[in-house]
Design a protein around this ligand. Sequence first.
Ligand code: NBP
Length: 482
Amino acid sequence: MKGDIGVIGLAVMGQNLILNMNDHGFKVVAHNRTTAKVDDFLAGSAKNTHIVGAYSLEELVEKLASPRKIMLMVRAGSVVDSFIEQLAPLLDKGDIIIDGGNTNYPDTNRRVTDLREKGIYFIGSGVSGGEEGARFGPSIMPGGAPEAWEAVKPIFQAIAAKTDNNEPCCDWVGNNGAGHFVKMVHNGIEYGDMQLISEAYHFMKDGLGLSYDEMQATFSAWNNTELNSYLVEITADILGYKDEEGQPLVENILDTAGQKGTGKWTGINALDLGIPLTLISESVFSRCLSALKDQRVEASTLFNKSISQIEGNKTEWLEALRQALLASKIISYAQGFMLMREASNENNWDLNYGNVALMWRGGCIIRSAFLGNIRDAFDNNPELAFLGSDPYFKAILENCLSAWRKIAAKSIEHGIPMPCMTSALTFLDGYTSARLPANLLQAQRDYFGAHTYERVDSPRGKFFHTNWTGTGGDTASTTYDV
Ligand code: NBP
């Protein structure tokens, strides 16, 4: 019997996805560039399964039923192009190549088009959930050539995580690079969530002087509130983890954060599309700042900085902090969905935002109860432009606002850097302002560069120029937005 699907790439993600597919009754053919890994896999975790190996791409293609479905779980970038180049001549029209790696979505746009010319369908799919997700149920975000979806759907929806209502956390996202775009935004939101939690930890530890046991207990308790999520849950575990000496391991971990690029891509896309994605961008910059360890150590002596303990009732401060974290998180997701909306319009993807929230509801790193509420919000109003105007989220923001302002002010007063929580509040203040000081900014632009301005008492699109100094000319610069 021929194989249902081939998977290339036997590192952590590939192996676990294959085992997951096998568990669900699919016959998988496994290949890897370094073929010794095929042997190791078959003799190891794939022993006594229906998984078969292939030691060349020809053998892989030969062993698959038509239309062939071949999934790449390899390093993103040129490695994917190289496999596509080698596979394409071996495939028939109607066969399907799937890239399940963390690919930048313009690459997926290009590959869908190039392969369609050869009669081959290409799917670019985000896969989230790390090792455990891949093994027992990831969140899967496929996009690309829609003609290929019906053939791939039964496999992907079978292996995907399921919500409490047994809905698969996998559905068709949209044409071309839509799946990889949504996965990129997922990763950006993950950066934001992690930074927000880290800021709360900093406030608790240095501002409130909490012990690790107290912090563990606090995050555990928060996990029973609206903040219920995988990242809050593992944060409690991490804070409670003691090393061989009985000390919190986190204390001995160097404070320089790594990154693999998806957060940065999200920020770059927001700049390209003109969306104020402030929270995720701040979270990427926070990682950059953390990486300047030597400079920070040197600069730490410049102003005799030490964080003094915050006075007052700790329980009350902790509740205020929880509310600040929750409200900031709403802003992060609101901004992420604003970005997806703009990208969807720009690329004609017709994204279904409720479905996106559903796909993130389980399996992935940002999985949370909260995403169920986001799904409801978009189901109630698919055109929702700002998550904070949905009645459920608006009520939370209203309820949290005063505590959030207190935390932001206190963090600044005591010198605890909380860039995401404070900028999220500033974003909300800006977004809810009918009038901002951009009138002055436009005047400055017109003063020095004759860039023109619109007037409050004239129809939009009518531009004016003033000769501010009496010495400038009457010629205005061309008006356009970048
Ligand atoms: P890696 O990203 O570490 O990639 C390892 C695979 O790429 C191996 O099969 C390796 O073959 C192959 N490969 C490399 Br590296 N260079 C190659 C080359 N020049 N030619 C041919 N093959 C090459 O594996 P992973 O962590 O399992 O991730 C797979 C994909 O899934 C990546 O795109 C990753 O970003 C994405 N992803 C990872 C996670 C995670 O938690 N790790 C989560 C979600 C998505 P070899 O064995 O011969 O070196």
